[in-house]
Ligand binder design. Structure first.
Ligand code: CAA
Length: 288
């Protein structure tokens, strides 16, 4: 294993993947952001440019820093090109085990033998993926929070197959990209932050579905009584109702526990394609 990480690859250019790539490039790493969809890469580049322009306007970053970061950030569709010389892969594709397993097996075939392969998933623990590779000791979860450009914490999760060295390298990478790591010594679905957040969201949905208060009022209770930056419904719109649906579906399938099933309001929004900010409508409406 190499001592320091010079090059990383992020696979999947959605909201999470694109911002993971950007923070890494801003921290000085050479980064490949790979996606099979040209259109998704183009959208990612536009969105990141928009965020960077705002930071330049606020004086938080200089144009030089941003230009240099973009010169280190490569948007590619070829998986081979993206991983052939990389030190660290972070997968941020759709929350589906089969898709991730197929990808992990391809990355294992194409990447150098020292490369660590991590998943950004918060629900799919890396022991569900490690066995398709020939390097299970170099597989772990490295889980970021939305919006990645802003949220400081990253959870590094060791599976039973993950070596101490891999976990330490992942923790060091998180520090290198100027985030704050916590290391979970054992796998547990949802990890730390989302397990706590999940309880808050469940309660908010219970209150809404039982007509106790409106979306706006429940959010106000959290922002004005608990000092949360945004309420649970605004947060669901930010992180994606589709993501929440998929996560709950996985938890339900894994445990058979009826209480883990996506709640009616989540199913209704998911079925209507109302995923939140990304579709312009969720619990709130957005005009971009
Ligand atoms: N993407 C990137 N940056 C964003 C953003 C987005 N979608 N939305 C806002 N920002 C940035 C702004 O550019 C601004 O940056 P600077 O401070 O550098 O100028 C900063 O965030 C503050 O933005 P605003 O002043 O416009 O708005 P705000 O004060 O309401 O903050 C927020 C926005 C940071 C999203 C804040 O509402 C917040 O912290 N919300 C809670 C987020 C949260 O709980 N995230 C965890 C979700 S759970 C999760 O992520 C689990 C998972 O598994 C994916």
């Amino acid at each position: 294993m190499k001592n320091s990480i010079n090059q990383i690859t992020v696979i999947g250019s959605g909201v999470m993947g694109s911002q993971i790539a950007m923070v890494s490039a801003l921290a000085g790493l050479k980064v490949y952001l790979q996606d099979i969809s040209e259109e998704s890469l183009k959208k990612a580049e536009e969105s990141l440019s928009g965020h960077m322009k705002k930071r330049i306007a606020k004086g938080k970053l200089s144009s030089k820093e941003v230009n240099e970061a973009f010169s280190r950030l490569h948007f590619v569709t070829s998986l081979e090109e993206a991983v052939k010389e990389t030190d660290f892969v972070i997968e941020a594709i759709v929350e589906k085990v089969d898709a991730k397993r197929q990808l992990f097996s391809e990355v294992d075939r194409l990447a150098p033998s020292h490369t660590i392969i991590a998943t950004n998933s918060s629900t799919i623990v890396s022991s569900k993926l490690a066995d398709v590779t020939n390097r299970p000791d170099k597989v772990c979860n490295v889980h970021f929070f939305n919006p990645v450009l802003v949220m400081e914490l990253v959870e590094v999760v060791k599976g039973p197959h993950t070596s101490e060295e891999t976990a330490n390298t992942a923790v060091e990478l998180v520090k290198q990209i100027k985030k704050t790591p916590i290391l979970l010594n054992k796998e547990i679905s949802g990890f730390v932050a989302n397990r706590i957040l999940g309880k808050i969201i469940d309660e908010a949905i219970y209150l809404l579905e039982n007509d106790i208060a409106t979306v706006e009022e429940i959010d106000l209770a959290c922002t004005k009584a608990l000092n949360h930056p945004i309420g649970p419904f605004a947060l669901l719109d930010l992180t994606g109702i589709d993501v929440n649906f998929n996560i709950r579906q996985i938890l339900y399938e894994e445990t058979g526990d009826e209480s883990q099933k996506p709640q009616n309001i989540i199913v209704e929004k998911y079925t209507n394609g109302e995923y939140g900010r990304k579709t312009g409508k969720g619990f709130y409406s957005y005009n971009f």
